[in-house]
Design a protein around this ligand. Structure first.
Ligand code: PLP
Length: 382
C-alpha cells in the first residue's frame, strides 16, 4: 500500500481498541445473550470497585444517566438546578428533561469550571441541586461547592462524563455528590460505543435508577409488570463487554493520554504569547478528555483557523459553545449574549486539538507548527 505523506489526516479523537476488546465482544456474539447478561453486571462491579463506590448502574448513554440521576434525586417541574453554561449540551438538557430550570453560573477563567464564588447569588427557594460538570478531565473546586450545598441543603449531582478517574485533593470525581454520571461515547477516555454509568453510595438511589432504566420494573417483578414510568436506558452486552476490556487497561490509557498532553505542553510552551494552554489547579489530577487551547489575540477569527486547519487534514473543534446561547435556551429562558462573559469569551476563542493514543511527537510538532502559522495568517498584526 502506498503511503501518502503530505495530507495525513489527524482526527480530533480516536478510540483505543485492541485484541481484548474484540475478543470480549466476539464472546458476547457467540453466546447469543445480547442484553441483560453477565457482562453488564461485571462491568458495573469492576467500575464501582475502580472508583471506590458502592453501586454502579450501567445505562445506554451518559445523557440517559444524567436524566435518571436527576429523576432519582427527585428533581421535578418547577425546581431550579444550578449548573455551568460551559459544557456539552447534555448536562443542561437533562435538567430540562425533568421539567426543571437550569440556572447558569459563570466559570473560572483558568479551569473553565463553574465558579463557586458566583453560586450563592443565584440560590432561590426553588433551588434543589447543583449539577457540577468536571470539564475536560479536571475537577471543579469542590470544597467551597460542598460547603454551599450543605449550608443551603442542596443536593450535588456530578456530571463526571469527561473526568474518569480525575481527582480533587486525592478524592475521585464522582464521589462528592449524591450520584455521578460517566459516559463512554467513542471520544471519551474509555468507550462502549454508546453508554454511560451512574454511580452512588445510596442504596435507594441505585435501586431507583435500575428500575427507571428498565421500563420501571422492580427487581422482583415479572417482565410485563411495571411499578413506575420507566425508560429503556439499558446497556447492551456488546457495549458492556467492550467497556469491561477498556476498563481493564484504563490506567495505561490514562497514562498514555497524559503523555500526549505533556507533548503538547512541551511544544506549545514557546508560543505562550499566542496561545494559552490548559491550566491545572494545584489540587487537581487531570485525566485529559480533550486538549483545548485558547487563542489570546482576539482579532484572530477562531472559526477561520479551524477551517484552514481542516484543509490541511488537521481536525480541530470549538470547545465548547456556551449552552445559554443556543436558540432554544435563549427563547425559553431569555438568556442572552453578555449574561456569562467569561464562558462566552472562552467559547469564542478555544479549540480542541487532535488528541488520541498513538499520535507521535513528530505529528504533534507538525500540528503545533501548522496551528501557529494559521493563527498568524489570520491575525491582524501579530
Ligand atoms: C459526553 C458528555 C455527556 C454524555 O454524553 P453521551 O453522548 O450521552 O454519552 C454529558 N456531559 C458531558 C459534559 C459530556 O462531555
Amino acid at each position: 500500500m502506498k503511503r501518502s505523506n503530505g495530507n495525513k489526516k489527524y482526527p480530533l479523537a480516536k478510540p483505543n481498541i485492541g485484541r481484548e476488546e474484540i475478543a470480549n465482544v466476539t464472546k458476547v456474539l457467540h453466546s447469543g445473550i445480547l442484553s441483560l447478561g453477565n457482562f453488564a453486571k461485571r462491568f458495573e462491579n469492576e467500575f464501582a470497585r475502580k472508583i471506590g463506590t458502592k453501586h454502579a448502574c450501567a445505562v445506554s448513554s451518559g445523557t440517559a444517566g444524567l436524566h435518571l440521576a436527576l429523576l432519582a434525586a427527585g428533581i421535578k417541574d418547577g425546581d431550579e438546578v444550578i449548573t455551568t453554561p460551559f459544557s456539552f449540551v447534555a448536562s443542561a438538557n437533562s435538567i430540562l428533561y425533568v421539567g426543571a430550570k437550569p440556572v447558569f453560573v459563570d466559570i473560572e477563567p483558568d479551569t473553565y469550571n463553574i465558579d463557586p464564588e458566583k453560586i450563592e447569588k443565584v440560590i432561590t427557594p426553588k433551588t434543589k441541586a447543583i449539577l457540577v460538570v468536571h470539564i475536560f478531565g479536571q475537577a471543579c473546586n469542590m470544597t467551597p461547592i460542598l460547603r454551599i450545598a450543605q449550608k443551603h441543603k442542596l443536593k450535588i449531582i456530578e456530571d463526571a462524563c469527561e473526568s474518569l478517574l480525575a481527582e480533587y485533593k486525592n478524592k475521585k470525581t464522582g464521589t462528592f455528590g449524591e450520584s455521578a454520571v460517566f459516559a463512554f461515547y467513542p471520544n471519551k477516555q474509555i468507550t462502549t460505543g454508546e453508554g454511560g454509568m451512574i454511580i452512588t453510595n445510596n442504596q435507594s438511589i441505585n435501586a431507583l435508577c435500575r428500575s427507571l432504566r428498565n421500563q420501571g420494573r422492580s427487581p422482583d417483578m415479572k417482565w410485563l409488570n411495571h411499578e413506575r414510568l420507566g425508560y429503556n436506558y439499558r446497556m447492551d452486552e456488546m457495549s458492556a463487554a467492550l467497556g469491561l476490556a477498556q476498563l481493564g487497561k484504563v490506567d495505561k490509557i490514562l497514562k498514555e493520554r497524559a503523555n500526549v498532553a505533556y507533548l503538547y505542553h512541551k511544544h506549545l510552551l514557546p508560543y505562550k504569547s499566542i496561545l494559552s494552554i490548559p491550566k491545572i489547579a494545584a489540587h487537581n489530577t487531570h485525566t485529559w478528555f480533550v486538549y483545548v487551547v485558547r487563542i489570546l489575540n482576539r482579532d484572530v477569527d477562531r472559526d477561520k483557523v479551524i477551517t484552514d486547519l481542516e484543509k490541511i487534514g488537521i481536525e480541530t473543534k470549538p470547545y465548547l459553545p456556551s449552552i445559554h446561547l443556543f436558540s432554544f435556551y435563549k427563547n425559553k429562558f431569555g438568556y442572552k449574549k453578555g449574561d456569562f462573559p467569561i464562558a462566552e469569551e472562552v467559547s469564542q476563542n478555544t479549540l480542541a486539538l487532535p488528541f488520541y493514543i498513538g499520535i507521535k511527537e513528530k505529528d504533534i510538532i507538525k500540528i503545533v507548527v501548522a496551528l501557529i502559522k494559521v493563527i498568524e495568517k489570520n491575525g491582524k498584526g501579530i
